[in-house]
Ligand binder design. Structure first.
Ligand SMILES: Nc1ncnc2c1ncn2[C@@H]1O[C@H](COP(=O)(O)OP(=O)(O)OP(=O)(O)O)[C@@H](O)[C@H]1O
Ligand SMILES: [Mg+2]
Length: 463
């Protein structure tokens, strides 16, 4: 679209020459002879740029500028200045004018200014669009009372600097909650740095979090700035915080207490101003009992605990979520939007959703891709809604003959051997591709890695 430019000047000669210069270059040109007329036109026509004379009868340019800038979506304003008003023009740039040009008007100077202003505005619009898209991706959908309570907690916690501990099963939306808190906090313009404590190998987590100096350990060929330092003035999100080793827990506790970090291999302490949000799907109180988690760290983290309820406790959110994901994946796959029947929605509401919203999301994506017609109906859910036994937790995984029931003395041992056999079977099915298997059985990859280690599963041991 052609950029639209409004010229506000009381001198007819200036208006005419501006129109000639701008229209010759293909811009749309609007003209106003007085301040009030110009303001009305700006309101009506939403120009991309305004040229504004400083000295005008009735209302001078500075006042017009102030009124233009008072609106939320104000266009850039370039002041037109006579010889006598240059100092006023400079003053105007302090009041938000983009630039000024001097009379007599030189056409190349005018055009250069236009290009700068239009480019800058386009860039800003693009940023707004990008930010909106990112926000849409992290939008929290649902209007159940249970989710309203979470929103409420977010609203209360956000403007404070207090540490927040987000609790809830896998896939309930803990990360979304963390981002919402940051977005609504005074730190929203600063960084949100996420660390998945379960995904980083034990021996690397400290240098991830705190950084290291070059040569501080074998392999430290470059200096690294830690996540805490990166998050300075912003927010750090310690995801899966229940999976940190005892040593890391002690160091994190120290950062929380002292507000300073030390890079590995350095004796210097660095002050950081970081807001901490942590999340876990573990029951930390149990972990404390078992001696796996420090109680003092727990109290430091859980200043404001936020519990995110599982999806099965808020089935009234399911229709909204399904529509939201249907829209999203139709757009994503350039597919024609589908309809879903009330019967199918009801059936989805009855499932247990052990993997919570993540599982629902994956299911909707599969349905969008797999169901051939325009309408998703209850019978379509049968095959498409269920990769393995994920959706219906009622149907337990069938690991088959590999579970050696005779050897499984306690319930715990039985469960473990069943889980192990299930994982081996799924990995085999997927050619030992970890990412793919994790996706299909709907567990975070980090969790699958943990399980492999726990059960000592590897392709080699799978004879
Ligand atoms: N209320 C919601 N509205 C829309 N999408 C949601 C909502 N809650 C969660 N999601 C989506 O579900 C998926 C899982 O959410 P998220 O990653 O925040 O869960 P989590 O609790 O951090 O899970 P985990 O413990 O496995 O890390 C994401 O794709 C997220 O965008
Ligand atoms: Mg998460």
């Amino acid at each position: 679209m052609k950029p639209r430019i409004l010229v506000i000047d009381d001198e007819a000669g200036i208006r005419d020459s501006m129109r000639m210069i701008l229209e010759y270059e293909g811009y749309d040109c609007l003209l106003a002879a007085t301040g009030p007329e110009g303001l009305a036109m700006a309101e009506r026509e939403a120009p991309d740029l305004v040229f504004l004379d400083i000295k005008m009868p009735a209302m001078d340019g500075i006042e017009v500028l102030e009124r233009l800038k008072a609106r939320s979506d104000a266009p850039p304003v370039v002041m037109i200045s006579g010889h006598a008003t240059v100092s006023t023009a400079v003053e105007a740039t302090r009041k938000g004018a983009f630039d000024f040009i001097e009379k007599p008007l030189a056409s190349d100077r005018v055009l250069l200014t236009v290009r700068h202003a239009v480019d800058q505005r386009r860039l800003r619009d693009e940023n707004v669009t990008l930010r909106r898209a990112a926000e849409a991706r992290h939008e929290m959908v649902g209007d159940s009372p249970a989710l309203e309570r979470v929103r409420d907690a977010i609203g209360k916690a956000a403007p404070t600097n207090a540490t927040v501990l987000i609790l809830g099963e896998s896939g309930v939306g803990k990360e979304l909650v963390a981002r919402a808190i940051h977005r609504n906090s005074l730190r929203a313009r600063e960084r949100f740095v996420q660390v998945n404590c379960a995904a980083i190998p034990e021996e690397l987590i400290e240098s991830e979090l705190f950084g290291h100096e070059k040569g501080s350990f074998t392999g430290a060929t470059e200096k690294q700035v830690g996540k805490f330092e990166q998050a300075d003035r912003g927010t750090i999100f310690l995801d899966e915080v229940g999976d940190m080793s005892a040593k890391t827990q002690a160091k994190v506790l120290r950062v929380l207490q002292e507000g300073e970090v030390e890079r590995l291999g350095s004796a210097r302490t660095i002050k950081v101003d970081v807001r901490v949000i942590a999340a876990t799907n573990k029951n930390l109180e149990e972990e404390i009992e078992k001696g796996h988690f420090r109680e003092d760290l727990y109290f430091r983290l859980a200043v404001i605990p936020v519990q995110v309820p599982p999806l099965r406790e808020r089935p009234e959110d399911i229709p909204l979520l399904v529509r939201h994901f249907m829209d999203y994946f139709s757009r994503e796959n350039n597919a024609r939007p589908k309809r879903i029947t009330p019967a199918a929605l009801e059936a989805l509401q009855r499932l247990r959703w052990k993997g919570n919203i993540r599982e629902l999301r994956n299911t909707v994506e599969r349905l969008i891709i797999m169901v051939p017609g325009d309408t998703i109906d209850a019978p379509d859910l049968g095959s498409a809604a269920r990769p393995g036994a994920a959706a219906t937790s009622a149907a337990a995984p069938r690991p088959g003959a590999e579970v050696d029931q005779a050897k499984s003395g306690t319930l715990r041992e039985f469960k473990d051997s069943a889980e192990r056999a299930y994982l081996v079977a799924k990995l085999r099915e997927n050619g030992w591709n970890i990412s793919k298997t994790a996706e299909i059985i709907d567990t975070p990859r980090s969790n699958l890695y943990k399980k492999l280690e726990q059960y000592q599963i590897s392709q080699e041991t799978d004879g």
